[in-house]
Ligand binder design. Structure first.
Ligand code: XMP
Length: 517
């Protein structure tokens, strides 16, 4: 494992992704871990991320020298680079000369492995005000820029490396090559972490975790739970029964699709639980997003517990119990629910922060360390059809967190129709693959005046929220063609009486999240 130490910038996740793209497994850990704690995890290499701080600022996270003395290869990036220089006796200057954005970097030495395959003058993306003026003893200066006399250094003896720029962002076009040079040449790692190896590893881990116990898997119709189920099915076959809970918060056609396509693709046993009444009763009058999420998370578990009897009857296993619940939890769900070390709780994903404390099941979460695109690759590897693995994400709490206000049957019916129209038109325009997902949100407590025919209307707005994203951790609004937006808007307002306004959300994440709740 390559550990990425997060110094508080938004780049640590991205670094981990790039390392994984180089087919080396990587995880993010907080900078509050001591050097001893980091080393105790026996990392194959360590990368120090950028961060907002200056090494001279009060409370700036320091890097313990010990980290550099253990023989573990280390790459420092931006703040991590400066902190490394500072810790090892180099000089970091507060020159007040900032470099921000696109910056040219010039190679100053004979070819060096860290810069293999990159141009002698390369375009990079920088964001710094302090700069390393003098490299620590034993380091060779490999590159320089206008405001950073030392923009890149290397000590091959100790296998310590650093760069002032951000190789992990796409705005540094040769950045991925640098990261690979560090991993393969500097740290001597090999690109062995492939989807095939993930499947093998997970299958073995699942078998070891569950033995010959029975499992159920909550299917949502989405990619993640389908891939998790397919993995478990591969590992333990008939010990698994999939349970699809129809909670009444589904989109049009969703239940039918799961019943048909999933079973056809995997051959897994499927039990459908019709639980709309239970969920809607529990959610009655609840408008607060976190409360909704907790209630939905809890009711899911209760519904799974109730499904146990039916599952065991199917399995004709008198006296047996179901001990494990399989969930398609992903790495970003864990991080965003505050489960990632040092991360804030942004929202309680129903399958992480929303779980009740007295749940009886033990969890099996084979995708817990993966990003969405990796899950899709695993799904393809397992033979799931493209239409299933390329589906847009849909949150487990469903339309429940897309009605702003409390949830009623009537509101659900309105939103379901608007959502179906938006999805149909996006597909018809051939843009499904351009867009990560496009929630439609009903502002149920907001009304506005409109005019239709000769009459006044006093209806509700819906919000279109098309976003582009690599992994849902960050996102930008999708620049959909105006023609398409016009068609969606016309159809929704014409076909759904209660809606008299269609608006477009043009916020990136951050500061917005993808869903409105
Ligand atoms: P946010 O709104 O946090 O969403 O930017 C990031 C991604 O996660 C999905 N999402 C969820 N998925 N259970 C899920 O299974 C949840 O509770 C949940 N909340 C958000 C969201 O649709 C987006 O893809």
């Amino acid at each position: 494992t390559v550990l990425v130490i997060d110094y508080g910038a938004q780049y640590a996740q991205l670094i981990a992704r790039r390392v994984r793209e180089a087919r080396v497994y990587s995880e993010v850990v907080p900078h509050t871990l001591s050097a001893a704690e980091v080393l105790a995890r026996r990392p194959a290499a360590v990368i120090l991320s950028g961060g907002p701080a200056s090494v001279y600022a009060d409370g700036a996270p320091a890097v313990d020298r010990e980290l550099f003395e253990a023989g573990v290869p280390v790459l420092g990036i931006c703040y991590g680079f400066q902190a490394m220089a500072h810790a090892l006796g180099g000089h970091v200057g507060r020159t007040g000369e900032r470099e921000f954005g696109k910056t040219e970097v010039r190679t100053t030495t004979a070819p060096h492995g860290l810069l293999d395959g990159t141009d002698p003058v390369q375009s990079t993306w920088m964001s710094h005000s302090d700069s390393v003026q003098q490299a620590p003893e034993g380091f060779e200066v490999l590159a320089t820029s206008d405001a950073a006399p030392v923009a890149c250094f290397a000590d091959d003896q100790r296998r310590l490396y650093g760069v002032q720029w951000h190789p992990e962002v796409r705005h540094s076009p040769q950045g991925q090559r640098l990261i690979e040079n560090f991993l393969y040449q500097g740290a001597g790692l090999r690109p062995e972490w492939t989807t095939g190896s993930i499947v093998e590893e997970q299958v073995a881990a699942i078998r070891e975790q569950v033995g010959d116990a029975r499992l159920i898997c909550g299917l949502s119709g989405g990619v993640d739970s389908a891939v998790a189920a397919a993995l478990v099915q591969k590992a333990v076959g008939d010990q698994l029964t999939c349970v699809f809970v129809d909670h009444g918060l589904l989109r049009e056609g969703e239940a039918e699709q799961v019943e048909r396509d999933f079973v056809a693709a995997t051959g897994a046993k499927l039990h459908v639980a019709h639980e709309a009444d239970r969920f809607l009763a529990a959610l009655e009058g609840v408008a607060d997003p976190e409360q909704k999420r907790k209630i939905i998370g809890r009711e899911f578990i209760r519904a799974f517990e109730d499904a146990e009897e039916a599952v065991l009857a199917d399995a004709a296993a008198a006296g047996a119990t179901v001990d494990f619940l399989v969930q398609g939890t992903l790495y970003p769900d864990v991080v965003e629910s505050g489960g990632g070390e040092g991360a804030a709780n942004i929202k309680s994903h129903h399958n992480v922060g929303g779980l009740p404390e007295d749940m009886r099941f033990q969890l099996v979460e084979p995708l817990r360390a993966l990003f969405k695109d990796e899950v899709r690759a695993v799904g393809a590897e397992l033979g799931l059809p493209a239409a299933m693995v390329q589906r847009h994400p849909f949150p487990g709490p469903g339309l429940g967190i897309r009605i702003i206000g409390d949830i009623t049957q009537e509101r659900l019916a309105i939103l379901r129709r608007a959502d179906a129209i938006a999805r149909q038109e996006l597909t018809r325009a051939g843009l499904d693959a351009e867009v990560w997902q496009m929630p439609v949100v009903l502002l149920a407590d907001v009304r506005s005046v409109g005019v239709q025919g000769d009459g006044r209307t006093y209806g509700h707005p819906v919000v279109l929220r098309p976003v582009s994203s690599e992994d849902a951790m960050t996102a930008d609004f999708s620049r959909l063609p105006y023609e398409l937006l016009a068609t969606i808007s016309n159809r929704i307002t014409n076909e759904i009486e209660e809606i008299n306004r269609v608006t477009l959300d043009v916020t990136s994440k951050p500061p917005g999240t993808i869903e409105w709740e």
